[in-house]
Every structure is written in C-alpha cells, then in structure tokens.
Design a protein around this ligand. Structure first.
Ligand code: HEC
Length: 249
C-alpha cells in the first residue's frame, strides 16, 4: 500500500499540478511520487479529481460527470483514510526510529568525516571496544571553526566495534621490529551505532539534541534512551558533546 502522501501527490499531479510543487530538493521523494503517480493513474482513474481542477477538464462537468465525481471523491477519501490508519498502526508496531526522539538511521552516515577515534575497555578485560566518531558536513564545519553551540542540522555518529587482533599481522610486526613486542588491533564485529542530531526547536528538553542507539539496525528501547541526555550533561559547556576534533597528523 502506498503511503497517503504519495497518493495525494499523485492525485494532485494528475489534476494538473506539477512534481516541483512537492519538495523540489528531495530527488528520492520526487521519483517515488513519479512511480506512484504512474501506478495510480493506470489502475485507479479518479473522475472526482476534475472537480478540483475544472479548467483542465471542462467537458467532465456534465451531470453524470458530477455524480461520478462525487463518488470518486468519496472513494478517494475513504481509501486515503484507510492508508493513514494502516501506516500509523504499522509505525507503532515496528518502528525504525529511536523512542522519545524519533531519530532514524541517517542515510549515508558511513561516509561521513572522521572526528576522532576512541577505545573503551573494562569489565575485567571482557569489554574491549574501538570507537569512531563521524560527523556530517555541518558538524565538520562547526568543529573546524570551533563553533558552539553546534548549528541545527549537525549530526554526529559514534560507531562501536569489538576490538580484535590478527596473529598474522602481529607476526609481521614482530619480524620487522624484533624485541619490541608490538601488537596491533582493529575494529572487529560491530556492536552498535549511536547518533546525536541537532534540532534546537524540536529537542528543547534535551539541549537541542535528539539521541538514537541502534544495534543491527534496530533502535534500543525507551529505557535505554532515557539515559542518553542526563549522561551527556557534564559536557554542557561543549553543547553536550564529549568528542573533540582529533588533530590532523
Ligand atoms: C554513562 C554515560 C553515557 C550514557 C548513558 C550515554 N552516553 Fe553517549 N557518550 C558518553 C561519553 C563519556 C562519550 C565520549 C566517550 C566515548 O565516546 O566513548 C559519549 C559519546 C557519545 C557520542 C559521540 C559524540 C560525543 O558526545 O562525544 C554519541 C553520538 C553518543 N554518545 C550518543 C549517545 C546515545 C544515543 C546515548 C543513549 C542511547 C548515549 N550516548 C548514552 C557518555 C554517555
């Protein structure tokens, strides 16, 4: 079932609107709307639409046309309401967004820029993690200009992996630099990824930041997300962000 927005768009375009009326910056949305438009105009002709754009179809304003038009509008409204009810139900049942904040995994975050790397160990040696903080373009601009608070649109990702090592790598290092006991480690299996997304109007109650934690693409529960902001409070003099920009070697 197409979400209602596409149905509405397709209907309006069919009646004489243009795709550029709908978020011209979002190419994906446009092409999706185009696809839906084609499908809906083939399988579901809606005579009622002529009533919204009479100048395009003056001949349809006959008596029969008007009756069909009313029926068509009713059908469209019913079908649209069904879509809305259904999609609302679905999003509650299997949401991909973090609780409290409603942040989803930002597209392309794996290609963001490196802010810094970290290591986290503990639990008597059972916990060994390597971590990378990445930022989108807005985050990098703010970091490089030393700008605080971070501007709206800033997104920071924290990628966490289990720390792993390779005997083969270490053997090469031992052969090349004998006697130094060199050991190299690397990012092994993925643990989770966390995001902080700046929107000073939307997230007033949490310092302007929306928080999100995902494991295997699924958001953590509400209890987990209640811990984020309180624990980031100590960094309030740096807009609740702990990570500093690592110097360029
Ligand atoms: C126990 C305190 C604590 C909790 C709880 C916590 N954080 Fe953090 N967070 C930190 C610290 C300290 C750092 C910097 C050190 C590090 O990354 O290991 C950090 C770093 C981050 C970063 C990288 C940017 C920065 O501030 O350095 C993100 C993104 C992040 N946390 C998101 C989250 C999210 C999302 C949650 C909730 C699911 C969360 N954090 C919960 C303490 C916490």
């Amino acid at each position: 079932m197409p979400p209602p927005s596409y149905t509405v768009m397709a209907a309006a375009i069919e009646g004489g609107g243009s795709l550029s009326d709908f978020e011209p910056a979002k190419g994906k949305l446009q092409s999706e709307a185009m696809r839906r438009f084609k499908v809906s105009s083939i399988v579901r002709p809606r005579p009622g639409m002529t009533r919204f754009f009479p100048s395009r179809h003056p001949s349809a304003l006959q008596t029969t046309g008007q009756v069909l038009g009313v029926l068509g509008v009713c059908t469209t409204i019913t079908v649209c309401s069904l879509y809305v009810t259904k999609s609302k139900g679905q999003s509650r049942a299997e949401s991909n967004a973090s609780p409290i904040y409603g942040v989803t995994i930002p597209a392309g975050y794996r290609d963001w820029h490196l802010i810094s790397v970290k290591r986290l160990t503990g639990a008597e040696g059972k916990l060994k993690q390597l971590r990378a903080e990445l930022g989108n373009d807005i985050a990098m601009m703010a970091y490089r200009e030393g700008r605080l608070p971070f501007p709206d649109g800033t997104m920071i990702a924290a990628l966490h992996w289990n720390e792993d090592s390779s005997d083969a790598d270490n053997q090469v290092l031992a052969d090349g630099f004998p006697g130094l006991g060199l050991e190299s480690t690397f990012a092994g299996s993925a643990v989770n990824v966390q995001f902080m997304v700046k929107d000073s109007k939307k997230y007033v109650a949490s310092g302007g930041w929306g928080f999100a934690d995902f494991t295997n693409g699924k958001p953590g529960n509400e209890k987990l997300h209640q811990t984020c902001f309180p624990c980031h409070r100590p960094a309030n003099d740096r807009d609740f962000v702990f990570t500093r920009y690592a110097p360029t070697p």
